[in-house]
Design a protein around this ligand. Structure first.
Ligand code: ATP
Length: 356
């Protein structure tokens, strides 16, 4: 089997027996819950993990589990997944743990356009995409010796903020850097962090229309709880703490819901639309859920520091809907919206446009 056969594999699927499958982690409860609400079968891929906690949430427990020992073993599941007419719903952990390269070649129909991976998995191509779409991003500093303001140094890959560190000058950079990993240096933008959760549907023409066709939704917004940076201030100044051996870290431990001041919404939609339009020009287009991870400054500028091109865990507070999705349909989560798009794809004979 190869990825070029996806169209043929899909032609044998039918909405009556299609199975929504994802890795048991990240936003799987929401994905299964949404699929079940839309009457679709569900399957959880569990990699060396206890699945008992799903018993506590019967409305989100998948109909079936496939268990494997390691992430590499997922590759062996291709035939079994296709036999069950599975459509994979990739989430951040799925792609990160399986590896973007392996995932891109995995011959099982997957929700969304996999070509996006080439643009998303590298910070420099991400930057090219977003800045060429006219989106403001934090400035990048190419040489550590030129650090002239607070910066955030990040290593490559989605690690849930793990490893990133703040430096205010070259000295601090040198003290903390791990040269064995690829890194980027970004100006530290002071402001409030908002993560906007969009959904682009090429199949719908109602709602907020996008220039080239289809429609853009903004289903919810979250902000991440990050340990230990979010609580560090209680202990005193960062400088003082560094002397005592406490360093700020950005490990995501949870998410909480946000609404933004309403006057920001036009800009939020313009940014989402520009991202989608540019993606169509660059690689055939982004499909389904994506998130712009931003910082809003006190001048109300919105700076995007990262794009995530699949369902983000920040959508999890909204399993039962958000203040925004409530104005579109009751009880609409991103997970449920994915299942609706799969249904719509089959109903209109256009499922090939949302699957790759
Ligand atoms: P992931 O890919 O899982 O989203 P990551 O390890 O790639 O995480 P980032 O998301 O880029 O790292 O950044 C981690 C955290 O650092 C963010 O959640 C945010 O709190 C903060 N952050 C990122 N970029 C900036 C910036 N330019 N200025 C200030 N804070 C930032």
């Amino acid at each position: 089997m190869s990825i070029s056969n996806i169209g043929k594999i899909l032609s044998e699927y039918d909405i009556s027996d299609v199975t929504v499958a994802t890795l048991c982690s990240h936003s799987s409860l929401q994905i299964f819950h949404g699929a079940k609400k839309e009457g679709l079968r569900t399957l959880g891929i569990a990699v060396d993990r206890d699945t008992k906690f799903y018993d506590a949430y019967p409305l989100a427990k998948p109909d079936e589990f496939l268990k494997v020992k390691s992430y590499r073993d997922i590759e062996e599941l291709g035939d079994e997944l296709v036999r069950r007419h599975a459509i994979l719903v990739p989430h951040g952990s799925f792609v990160e743990y399986m590896g973007a390269d392996r995932f891109s070649k995995f011959p099982v129909p997957s929700f969304g356009n996999r070509d996006v991976l080439k643009w998303e998995s590298d910070r420099s191509t991400q930057r090219k995409w977003l800045t060429s779409a006219g989106i403001a991003m934090p400035e990048e500093i190419d040489d550590a010796r030129k650090i002239d303001r607070p910066v955030l140094v990040k290593y490559s890959g989605a690690k849930g903020g793990r490893g990133a560190f703040i430096a205010k000058d070259y000295m601090e950079f040198k003290m903390a850097i791990d040269y064995s990993q690829q890194h980027t240096i970004q100006e530290y933008v002071l402001g409030t962090r908002y993560y906007f959760h969009y959904f682009y549907s090429p199949l719908t023409d109602a709602g907020y229309r996008v220039k080239g066709g289809g429609s853009l939704e903004m289903l919810s917004i979250d902000r991440r709880d990050e340990s230990n940076i979010d609580e560090l201030y209680k202990l005193g100044s960062v400088e003082e703490l560094k002397r005592l051996g406490f360093f700020p870290t950005f490990v995501v431990t949870g998410n909480y819901p946000v609404v933004v001041r309403e006057s920001l919404l036009p800009k939020v939609f313009e940014m989402g639309e520009a991202t989608v339009s540019k993606s169509q020009e660059l690689f055939g287009g982004l499909v389904g859920p994506f998130a712009l991870e931003t910082i809003v400054t006190d001048k109300l500028e919105i700076k995007v520091f990262e794009i995530s091109t699949r369902i983000v865990a920040g959508t999890n507070p909204f399993v039962g809907g958000s203040p925004y999705s409530e104005m579109m349909a009751p009880g609409l989560s991103t997970g449920r919206r994915i299942a609706q798009e799969i249904r719509l794809g089959f109903a209109t004979g256009r499922i090939g446009e949302v699957i790759s």
